[in-house]
Design a protein around this ligand. Structure first.
Ligand code: ZN
Length: 382
């Protein structure tokens, strides 16, 4: 088993490169280790805890889902070794990954840190970031000239901004910071209001505590399309121009605060995406009315029609997971009522082991066979 990762990250802003020393610690014997690393990163040295070199093999074009340009590194771990250290450097690439003069974004999608194929990534990750003392590292803690950053979720998100604007929402729980660049302050203030409305609406609807501890951060780089949600963090790419579209975008990402936990690497991801979108649409309906909701559903229906069945034959994540499931749930609410739909979202949020099979079992038990059958049939509908 792996116990933790200790990373020394040196950002060379002039060359737009990183230099990394990753120490991987084991809690008991590990013999083989397979990991994905960005193709642009050149391995300099891998050593065991005695300083002896470790034999490894590299395989290019090992494209893992969500990581566009990865290589697979396979290591043979010497008997009894409790840690290994990898030293590598170079360029990174990937969705929402960049090094510019005023913005640095390094995360899972570039595999800038080792992404283990056979081990859980939700281990403690401690990063010391060097050479960017003039930046602010989101969720980081400054220690003299370095930044310290810790993460326990699957991602290891280094987001650093320089000379950006920021606003804070102090008297709201959770405390909110928004970092932005090339955006009007009024627009961002509107967004902060939407955020607090969305959070109170969702917590009421789902009957949950706002389980957000500490500070929530929203980062708005104008580069890259689309956004993502991590613990206490939302990154929003290029914002749409219409208020309603911004709210939809933000509400979808906020939906992921609760609509999360199903395997994102397989067709099961339809659960995370569907219920985040169902929540978002529910907010849109409340704020902008039924007509606005209908307009969105019409668009979703068109894309859903062209998308493959939800339960893919090979189990892989199909295209259109955002739409097919959302349209299914819309039809469900038309037949069985909106309250039934919300009850299903609540069951998903509270589900322990989040798989479709487990959710259907819960629905059958608590909502009824008719509803669970309805969903089950639609999973393989083209
Ligand atoms: Zn999503």
């Amino acid at each position: 088993m792996l116990s933790d990762l200790k990373i020394m990250l040196d950002v060379n802003n002039e060359k737009k490169e990183i230099q990394v020393e990753s120490e991987i610690n084991f809690s008991d014997n590990v013999y083989n280790l397979k990991l994905i690393l960005n193709e642009g990163l050149i391995l300099n040295k891998i050593t065991d805890w005695n300083g002896n070199e470790v034999i490894y093999n590299e395989e290019l074009n090992a494209n893992a889902l969500f990581i566009q340009s990865g290589k697979r590194v396979t290591l043979k771990i010497p008997e009894g070794t409790k840690s290994i250290t990898m030293i590598y450097s170079g360029n990174i690439s990937g969705w929402h990954n960049t090094i510019t003069d005023n913005y640095i974004a390094l995360n899972f999608y570039s595999a800038w840190y080792p992404i283990f194929e056979d081990y859980d990534m939700e281990i403690a990750k401690k990063v010391t970031v060097k050479n960017i003392s003039d930046f602010t590292v989101v969720k980081g803690r400054k220690n003299k000239e370095d930044w310290e950053y810790e993460s326990n979720d699957f991602d290891c998100n280094i987001l650093a901004v320089k000379d950006w604007n920021s606003i804070s929402l102090e008297n709201f729980s959770p405390k909110l910071n928004i970092y932005f660049n090339n955006r009007q302050i009024e627009e961002v203030k509107e967004l902060s209001k939407s955020f607090s409305n969305i959070i109170s609406y969702f917590t009421g609807l789902l009957d949950v505590e706002s389980n957000i501890n500490g500070t929530f951060d929203i980062v708005i780089p104008s580069s890259d399309e689309g956004g993502y949600c991590r613990e206490g963090l939302i990154v929003l790419g290029d914002l749409p121009s219409d208020r309603i579209d911004v709210d939809d975008f933000l509400a979808h990402e906020c939906g992921h605060i609760w609509s999360t936990g199903a395997d994102v690497n397989s067709w099961e991801d339809w659960l995370n995406e569907t219920f985040a979108e169902v929540l978002s649409l529910s907010f849109i309906k409340k704020k902008y009315g039924v007509e606005a909701y209908k307009k969105r559903i019409n668009d979703i229906r068109e894309i859903a029609k062209k998308s493959p069945q939800i339960k893919s034959e090979n189990g892989e994540r199909p295209d259109g997971v955002h739409f097919k499931g959302t349209y299914l749930m819309h039809r469900l609410s038309e037949i069985f009522g909106e309250d039934t739909l919300i009850e299903i979202v609540k069951l998903f949020v509270r589900l322990q082991n989040k798989t479709t099979e487990n959710l259907l079992r819960e629905i059958k038990l608590k909502v009824g066979t008719k509803v669970s059958k309805f969903i089950e049939e639609k999973l393989t509908e083209r």
